[in-house]
Design a protein around this ligand. Structure first.
Ligand code: SF4
Length: 422
C-alpha cells in the first residue's frame, strides 16, 4: 500500500506525516490491519529494536480530587468504589516502588490525585524521590502531580526527579467537554514548565471518550509540537460511577490503529501503552508490542492490571525483551535533551533547553491522572465487576458490548495491607 510505504519512509527519517496520512491510518480496514501493524512495527524496531520498557505506578494519594475530569474515577463526585487515601509516606512508597523494580521496571511513576501540588506536597514528594533513589540504583523517577506552579518543576528536578507527566488527553476543541475545572491551556503550560526545568516530558492522550478521528489526530499532532520524550496512550476504562461509564466504543483493532498512528507521528518517541491495555486490546495485546516500546507493569492507579508475571511472559512469548537499566531508552539524538523528531541536525526544537516531560493519565499512568483508572462500581468479592445479565454458555462474554467483567478495582499494593502486583 502506497500510504504505508510513505509512512515507513517518513518514520525512518523522523519526518512528520500529513494530517491526511494520519487520518488514513485510522480509516484502514480490518483486512489491512496486519499490514498497518507490520509497517509501524518497522519504524518501532528502527528506533527501539525489540526492547520493551517497563514502568511502575505508585499512587501516592488516591481519590478525593476537586477536579471534574469525566474519565477519572478519582474525580469530584465519583461514585466509583476505589481506594481512597491521602499521602503515602516515603517508606511505604519506596517499598511499593521496590516491588516494581524487582519485577523489571526501570521507571517508577509517582502519581497523586488533585489539581496540583502545594509547596508542602512538593517537599513530601521530594523526600519520596530521595528514598526511592537511595534504595534502587539507576531507577528513573517520574512525578505526576497535576498542574505545576512557578518553581515547582525546578524543585522536583533538584530533588532528583527525571521526568514529569501531564497528559493533554484530548484535542483542544473537545477539552471543555471532558473537564471544566481547568483548561487545555493549563495543561500545555505545565508540560512546558516541566520541559523548561530540565525534566523529561511525558505527555499523552486518552482514546475512547467519544472523540472523532480528527480529534485524535489533533491531540497527537499537538503532542508532537510539544515534543515530549514519552507519549502514554490510554484507552478509556469506563468506570461505573463516572460520566463516561457508558463509553464502551473501542475494539482491539481500533486500538491497534491508534497506536500505529501515534508511532508514525512520533516515530522516535517512547510510545507507551497505558491504562485500558487489558480491557480493550485483550488477546491482541502482543500485537501492540510491535507498535509501542513501553508498557506499565502490573496494576494501574485505581484498577488492577493483569499479573506482572503475565506481562513478562507476554513480552517473552511475543519475541521482545525487557529493557534493562543499562540501556538508554531513547535514540541517541534525543538522549538527554528531549529533542524532537524534526531536528535532523540533533539540535533541540522549539522549547529551549531541558529534557522535557508530561502529566497524569487515564489510570495508565498518569493522565492528569489516569484514563478512568478509577474503577468499576459493582465489583464482587474478588474485585471484579459484575455484569448485567448472564452470558450463554460458550459465548464470548460481553462481545461487542461493555466488558465491565474486565474492570477490577485495585485492592492490593499502595494504600492496602496486600503486596503490590509486580
Ligand atoms: S485526572 Fe487528576 S485532576 Fe482530573 S479528576 Fe482525576 S485525579 Fe483529579
Amino acid at each position: 500500500m502506497d500510504l504505508l510505504n510513505t509512512l515507513v519512509d517518513k518514520g525512518l527519517r523522523r519526518e512528520t506525516p500529513t494530517r491526511e496520512e494520519a487520518l488514513a491510518v485510522l480509516a484502514t480496514s480490518d483486512d489491512d490491519l496486519l499490514d498497518v501493524v507490520a509497517a509501524a512495527g518497522k519504524v518501532r524496531r528502527h528506533w527501539f529494536g525489540r526492547r520493551v520498557k517497563l514502568n511502575y505506578l505508585v499512587n501516592l494519594k488516591s481519590g478525593l480530587c476537586p477536579e471534574d475530569c469525566s474519565y477519572c474515577s478519582q474525580r469530584l463526585g465519583s461514585k466509583a468504589g476505589i481506594l481512597k487515601y491521602t499521602w503515602l509516606g516515603p517508606g511505604e512508597a519506596s517499598q511499593a516502588a521496590a516491588a516494581g523494580v524487582a519485577g523489571g521496571a526501570k521507571r517508577v511513576c509517582l502519581v497523586a490525585s488533585g489539581r496540583g501540588p502545594t509547596d508542602r506536597d512538593v517537599d513530601r514528594v521530594s523526600q519520596t524521590i530521595k528514598a526511592i533513589k537511595d534504595e534502587n540504583e539507576g531507577v528513573e523517577v517520574c512525578a505526576c502531580l497535576g498542574l505545576l506552579s512557578e518553581g515547582q518543576a525546578e524543585r522536583l528536578r533538584e530533588a532528583g526527579a527525571d521526568a514529569y507527566n501531564h497528559n493533554l488527553n484530548t484535542s483542544e476543541a473537545t477539552y471543555g467537554d471532558i473537564t471544566t475545572t481547568h483548561t487545555y491551556a493549563d495543561r500545555v503550560d505545565t508540560v512546558r514548565k516541566a520541559h523548561a526545568a530540565g525534566l523529561s516530558a511525558c505527555s499523552g492522550l486518552i482514546a475512547g471518550m467519544g472523540e472523532s478521528d480528527e480529534d485524535l489526530v489533533d491531540v497527537v499532532f499537538a503532542l508532537r509540537e510539544l515534543d515530549p520524550d514519552s507519549v502514554p496512550v490510554n484507552f478509556l476504562i469506563p468506570f461505573e460511577g463516572t460520566p463516561l461509564a457508558k463509553e464502551w466504543n473501542l475494539t482491539p483493532q481500533r486500538c491497534l490503529r491508534i497506536l500505529a498512528m501515534v508511532r508514525f507521528v512520533c516515530p522516535d518517541v517512547e510510545v507507551r501503552i497505558a491504562g485500558g491495555r487489558e480491557v480493550h486490546l485483550r488477546t491482541m495485546q502482543p500485537l501492540a508490542l510491535h507498535l509501542a516500546n513501553s508498557i506499565f507493569l502490573g496494576d494501574y492507579l485505581t484498577s488492577e492490571g493483569q499479573a506482572g508475571k503475565a506481562d513478562l511472559e507476554m513480552i517473552a512469548d511475543a519475541g521482545f525483551e525487557v529493557e534493562g537499566t543499562d540501556r538508554v531508552t531513547l535514540p541517541e539524538h534525543r538522549a538527554g535533551g528531549g529533542c524532537g523528531p524534526d531536528r535532523a541536525d540533533g539540535v533541540c526544537g522549539s522549547h529551549g533547553s531541558g529534557n522535557g516531560c508530561g502529566s497524569h493519565g487515564s489510570d495508565g499512568g498518569c493522565g492528569s491522572h489516569g484514563s478512568g483508572d478509577g474503577c468499576a462500581s459493582h465489583e464482587d468479592g474478588a474485585g471484579r465487576a459484575a455484569q448485567d445479565g448472564e452470558e450463554a454458555p460458550g459465548s464470548v462474554p460481553g462481545a461487542g458490548g461493555p466488558r465491565t467483567d474486565l474492570v477490577a478495582v485495585r485492592r492490593r499494593g499502595p494504600g492496602t495491607d496486600l503486596a503490590p502486583n509486580a
